[in-house]
Design a protein around this ligand. Sequence first.
Ligand SMILES: Cc1ncc(COP(=O)(O)O)c(C=O)c1O
Length: 493
Amino acid sequence: MKKAPSGIVPIIAVDRKAPQALYRQIYDAYRAAIVERRLRSGQRIPSTRSLASELGVSRFPVLNAYAQLLAEGYFESRVGAGTVVSSSLPDQLTSSEPIGARVTATRSGPRPVARRPSALLRLGRAAWLGGRGAFSVGQVAFDEFPLQVWTNLVARHCRNMSARSFYYGDQMGSMAFRETIAGYLRTARSLHCEAEQIMIVSGSQQALEISARAILDPESRVWVEEPGYRLARYVFSLTGCHVVPVPIDQEGLDVAAGIKRCRKARAAFVTPSHQFPLGATMSASRRLQLLDWAQSSGSWIIEDDYDSEYRYESMPVASLQGLDSNSRVIYIGTFSKVLFPSLRLGYVVIPSDLVDRFLAIRVAMDLGPPTFYQGVLTDFIGEGHFARHIRRMRVLYRERRSTLVDSINKEIGSMVEVLGSEAGMYLAVALQNGRRDLEVAERAARQRLWIWPLSPSYLGEAARQGFILGFGSTKVSEIPNAVRKLRNLLTMK
Ligand SMILES: Cc1ncc(COP(=O)(O)O)c(C=O)c1O
């Protein structure tokens, strides 16, 4: 059973002028709260002393009320836990229906809601997103994370918390952290940026949301990669935009096809370092073409650079933002892949003339990022642990990737084509024939094999079917067996 919050005082309105005795009012309030399931079995009851003090009454009526509730079996005493709501309440005492459900059922009349989220609700939660283990996408080698170093830094930051660190932080993010990130981006990703242009966000997803609000209007048209990152499409749809799918080939986004479809799009969303999900790296000529298009048509480019730290065949490719001389690129980065996703820390590099606009939107949203882990991460990067971690993980992921590619070639090489294995923590396999990736992925999830089907990455009809296989958290020793499992699923009639 989930632990209920302990010792929290329920709302009890005592009225000294009422004819009913105070102890009776307290007894009735608790009894009603238990019968209506506002207080649940096992929940701790505040001590008589603290309740009396909260209610501004003497302890006697509280002691009397508690004694009666204990005698009638509503409360029980537990060694070490004090008084709790009884774990063996007779059914007839409580409604089995949660109170929220009853309230909804009795509501009537029109209940209008926003139309735009409805499309997202229809999508539900797919089976293959559910688990942890072989091939789940977006998971990192958590057992290789330098936890001792991290723990020491967290403890140090806790010990050194000052009065200032209890208050709201800088709404753009801490300046020390932004300077550290700016230095990293200029060096490792060839960005043109200053700390003043960097906003700290809770991951790329929030960066996308703020960017969309800053540059797009309802009805604006936005190029998205086809196939592409679904969560980006959701953001544009929620903003009321029309997404225009632009095909991908081995050089990345087909800019000419985009221009043919919709020259006047307000923005393009791209993953040029490692296209999600097919893994292509955008060629130099396509990058220049895309930047030319943005300049000539007055459009913006949103560059999502989510996992470029991990490249295996060659040096990381310079960013699109670094090539841009017209400030048309909004650059988004995240610590979800390079460190771990529950950290919820990312950043957006904003063209200078848009900084105030981004900040105004951010303040309306959440007043700025939490400060604690910004401090921890500033030191993690500054003291060299980050660079060391990337170097170690690159070796580890390269080994996992090579084992996976070898196993695929051995077991299912004739059935699939491997795509985009040069970078990142996942690769794609396209089915040579057969069009049932959804069905196979669902069956795989039942066998605890977490493969993402490719087809939902398409907005239109899927030109290719296949799977996205994550290898970030899949150990070398697990891979051959997991690939054999996949082979069995693919050969099953
Ligand atoms: C294309 C792409 N961008 C960004 C992210 C990371 O998002 P966030 O930083 O919000 O965790 C992912 C995660 O899977 C991704 O696939």
